[in-house]
Design a protein around this ligand. Structure first.
Ligand code: BES
Ligand code: MN
Ligand code: ZN
Length: 483
């Protein structure tokens, strides 16, 4: 829980943020005389200078007070601020503190939001399967009182962070638990009792009847139900066209018959991160009561091996009518998305389509772990998404889309092939080009979150713990809110 108070009281453990200049000038954002004197003494003796990341523990009225330096205000990015504030929350000095007061160094809205994110996103970790006792090592604070005037935008920021963490829980959960039926349950639970929201579910039977054969092909080796779910959300006039957000939901990606090797397969329960992000965005949309018409689309399947699994060289007819040669069964995400995209395009005629997917290893090579890849058919659309990326710090970087890419996904025996150039050259943009072929000319954008969705170095990255990050949730929630 986060609450706001107008003045620092030091009635519980506290984190006091200080920037270098503020400390030098003795401009304190609290009025406690004793603490001021101690802090000035530390400055004068050179023991604390408020360098970014510096943490100094004090005791005031028997309560722990952590002085936390954030360096030069102008030079410390919001990401660096989140990292520092997160470290303070996770500090062993506050191990026993369940209640914490946080005294910011300034009241800029972006700063207060970053503090909220540092607490809710930064102290999250996946603890479900940790033994008791080990599970309270990090982030034990439950209530934080921020010394700042309450604003409704802070309440929104908090809700968005909770959406991010729901997405992370879905991704971190075991692949054999978070199957399509489980995700359906989560979605049903979110929309239960909500007005102007409806859900359509296409299971194996309906997918067959309607001819979503690419989606079905990917799931052929699995005993779990393939599922295309569409939540229709009417926050605006029924005359307004929808924006569709489509998430890749491969609940486990073994690679299929083109089996992934050791080293590439371990985290493939996270291959439903796109669908999980759409679940988080749906939660946020409901929590913020967005005044937009939105389609939340979940393309869910499991890509596993077995005698019934689809095979390289097979050709399938997509929902759109285009035939596709399977060059590699590990390029499964684009198949599920292709059918989902053309199904939504034809049956709902959205004004815009955004898909989000852990689509290509090539994106990880191109951009690493901190930027999602963005491909868009339309410059203005891309610019708006980049703006949302900049505003939220949920980072994305644009890669090109151009007509000649089409040549690289041609097949001698079908309309298209599900792989591009040899050696994976341009793997992200050729995969995106494959998707574009199914968009029916509707303005479209694609977020490749293969590198950003999951931290698998065992240690965490930036202000994220090991495991899922919720990449794309803040970005797309912001976009949907402001578009
Ligand atoms: N799910 C993977 C992409 C991926 C790789 C996600 C690493 C997260 C981390 C996707 O289905 C895949 O296997 N793509 C192949 C495509 C190739 C066979 C054309 C890839 O990127 O190697
Ligand atoms: Mn794959
Ligand atoms: Zn995949």
């Amino acid at each position: 829980m986060i609450s706001f108070r107008s003045e620092a009281k030091f009635d519980k453990a506290a984190i006091v943020l200080l920037d270098e200049q503020g400390l030098k000038d003795k401009r304190f954002t609290f009025s406690n005389k004793q603490l001021k004197e101690q802090t000035v003494a530390l400055l004068q003796s050179g023991q604390f200078t408020a360098e970014n990341g510096e943490i100094f523990p004090l005791v005031l009225n028997k309560k722990t007070v952590l002085l936390v330096g954030i360096g030069k205000k102008e030079a410390t990015s919001l990401a660096a601020l989140r990292v520092t504030v997160r470290r303070a929350f996770l500090s062993s000095y506050l191990k026993k503190a369940r209640e914490i007061e946080l005294v910011p160094h300034e009241q800029a809205e972006s700063t207060i939001k970053a503090i909220i994110e540092a607490f809710v996103i930064g102290t999250y970790s996946w603890k479900k399967y940790l033994p008791k006792g080990k599970d309270d090592k990090a982030g034990s604070a439950v209530n934080v009182a921020i010394v700042s005037p309450k604003k409704s935008s802070y309440n929104d920021a908090l809700k968005i962070c909770e959406g991010v963490n729901l997405t992370r829980n879905l991704i971190n959960e075991n692949a054999d638990t978070a199957v399509s039926a489980y995700i359906e349950g989560v979605v049903r639970n979110l929309i239960k009792g909500k007005k102007r929201v409806s859900l359509a579910v296409l299971n194996r039977k309906e997918l067959k009847a309607k001819g979503l054969n690419l989606h079905l092909a990917v799931n052929k080796g699995s005993n779990n139900e393939p599922k295309l779910m569409i939540v229709k959300y009417n926050g605006a006039s029924l005359k307004d066209a929808y924006t569709a957000v489509v998430g890749k939901g491969i609940t486990f990606d073994t690679g299929g018959v083109n089996l992934k090797p050791t080293g590439s397969i371990e985290t493939m329960r996270a291959d439903m991160s796109g669908t999980a992000a759409v679940v988080g965005i749906l939660k946020n949309t409901l929590a913020l009561n967005l005044k937009k018409n939105i389609l939340f689309v979940f393309g869910i399947a499991e890509n596993v091996i077995g005698s019934q699994a689809y095979k390289p060289g097979d050709v399938f007819r997509s929902y759109s009518g285009k035939t596709v040669e399977i060059g590699n069964t590990d390029a499964e995400g684009r198949l599920v998305l292709a059918d989902a995209i053309s199904y939504v395009a034809r049956n709902y005629k959205p004004k815009k389509i955004i898909d989000i997917a852990t689509l290509t290893g090539a994106c990880v090579i191109a951009l690493g772990y901190d930027y999602s890849g963005l491909v868009a058919s339309d410059d203005d659309f891309a610019r708006q998404l980049i703006r949302s990326s900049n505003e939220t710090d949920d980072r994305a970087w644009r890669l090109p889309s151009y007509a000649e890419l089409e040549d690289y996904i041609k097949s001698p025996i079908a309309d298209l092939k599900n792989v591009g150039l040899p050696k994976g050259a341009g793997g992200t943009i050729t995969a995106a080009e494959f998707l574009r072929q199914f968009t029916e000319g509707i303005p479209w954008a694609h977020l490749d979150i293969a590198g950003t969705a999951f931290v698998d170095n065992g240690a965490g990255r930036m202000y994220y713990s090991y495991g899922a990050t919720g990449a794309g949730v803040r970005l797309l929630t912001h976009y949907l809110k402001n578009s």
